[in-house]
Structure formats: C-alpha cells, structure tokens
Write a protein that binds this ligand. Structure first.
Ligand code: APR
Length: 230
C-alpha cells in the first residue's frame, strides 16, 4: 500500500479565485513582501500587516474549493495507503474540500497567535493591531502566519513523512521558497516517485521524475482517477 505525500502551493487555489504570489498580477506584485510578510514589517506597521491578512481572510471566505481540492480528499478517503497533504497555503480550501490529514506549514488565516505567550486561538474575521490575547491579555495578537525568516510548522514531522513516501507530488508551487522547495530532493532521496503538477516547469522542476502540465483542477482529478483505478 503506497504512502502518498502531497505538497500544495497557491496554484491549487488559483482556480478557486485566489491570486497566487508570483504571477505578474500576483500578491507580490501588489504588496512588498518585506512590508506584509515579515516580523520586521509587522513591528514597523502592524496596521498594514493586519489589514493585508484581513483582506485575504475575507477573500478566502468568499471562494470555494475546486475540483483539485476535492480530488485530493477523495484520494485520502479511498486510497488504501496513507495520504498526507502538506500545504504552503493559508486558506482553508483543503479542509472545506474534505482533506483530513493536513499540515499548514505556513500557518493559516483562521488562526491567531499571541506574540507574547504563543497562545493560539481562532482568528476573528477582522483582526486589529493590539488585540488582546485571550490567555495572557497582552495586546500582542498577530495572524498565525509563518512569515519570511520564521520557522515553518511541523518540520520534523514533515521530514518523517517525506522519508516514508512512495509517491511525492507537488501541486501548484513555483519552487521558490525553502524548505518546501527542498521536499522533492528529500522524497527522491527516500526512493519516492516524484511528480509535479503545474502550468509550467517550477524552479525545481528538473528534480521531478514526472510532470503533468495544465490546470490542477484537470490534471489532479485525472491523476487521482488513475491511482484509484476508476
Ligand atoms: N494549476 C496548477 N498550477 C498553477 C495554476 C493552476 N491552475 N495556477 C498557477 N499555478 C502555478 C504557477 O505556475 C506557479 O508555479 O502555481 C505556482 C504558484 O507559485 P507562487 O505564486 O510562487 O506560490 P507558492 O509556490 O505557493 O509560494 C510559496 O511563497 O510567498 C510565499 O508563503 C508564501 O506559501 C507561499 C510561498
């Protein structure tokens, strides 16, 4: 029974209507990363950062999972072996699409974090700078998002999953950001078959044994049908 480990990026949510980061009109064309996705940016201008994530939280609530999210949930439900989804995305489309075993390695929009005591709680739809932490009352609430320069979540567990993968798939990620971009090397080193789903070769595309080019809603759905033999 093969263990399948899947890494997803912004491209899997693109067809749901959420813009990616590095497309011409993407998020990083509209905002400076250092202003809205770093701890320094948050210290400098917490209002700008909190508003940036309020807007993304509102947008994520307006859109729906697409066929690719649903196909991964079907794979997890029907495949005999273990299926693990690791997402770089902070939207909740995998959860709403039905995936259970899911790791948000870059955090998630639905979470709030206390910068003082590390307490986590469900984020309100609209956060404001200086919101009080419900545990320690410090005015230190921040979005529970992993910013550049911070350590992604669950890394030890993720590397354990990668070392046991028989199949590693990367869906809709440009391979620009580590440690996620290094997962294919880990999986190959463990003997996994590696497959990339994208509209074009990613920055680490040459490291994949197989490529399926096209919109994830089509290519991932087709792949899952093949794996499940129906
Ligand atoms: N189907 C498949 N792939 C797609 C689709 C689609 N419909 N639309 C876009 N893509 C691909 C693009 O070709 C690109 O390779 O998705 C990828 C999106 O790349 P990025 O915008 O760089 O997003 P991602 O790889 O998830 O970024 C990683 O960078 O900014 C940080 O923390 C942020 O988690 C993010 C990380």
């Amino acid at each position: 029974m093969s263990k399948i480990v899947i890494l997803t990026g912004a491209g899997i949510s693109a067809e749901s209507g959420i813009e990616t980061f590095r497309a011409e009109d993407g998020l990083w064309a509209q905002h400076r990363v250092e202003d809205v996705a770093t701890p320094e940016g948050f210290m400098r201008n917490p209002e700008l950062v909190v508003d940036f994530y309020n807007a993304r939280r509102a947008q994520a609530a307006e859109v729906e999972p697409n066929a690719a999210h649903r196909a991964l949930a079907r794979l997890e439900a029907e495949h005999e072996g273990e299926v693990i989804v690791i997402t770089q995305n902070v939207d909740d489309l995998h959860e709403r699409g039905g995936t259970q075993k899911l790791y948000h390695m870059h955090g998630h929009l639905k979470g709030a974090l206390c910068a003082t005591c590390d307490h986590r709680w469900p984020a309100p739809m609209v956060m404001a700078p200086g919101d009080a932490c419900p545990a320690c009352a410090a005015p230190a609430a921040r979005p529970d998002i992993v910013w550049f320069g911070e350590m992604p979540y669950d890394m030890e567990t993720l590397f354990e999953h990668l070392s046991g993968a028989d199949i590693f798939a990367a869906i809709g990620t440009s391979g620009n950001v580590y440690p996620a971009a290094g997962f294919v090397a880990e999986a190959r080193g463990a003997g996994a078959h590696t497959i990339e789903f994208n509209l074009e070769r990613s920055a680490v595309g040459s490291q994949f044994a197989e490529h399926r080019t096209g919109p994830a809603s089509q290519t991932v759905t087709q792949w899952v049908s093949e794996l499940l033999g129906k």
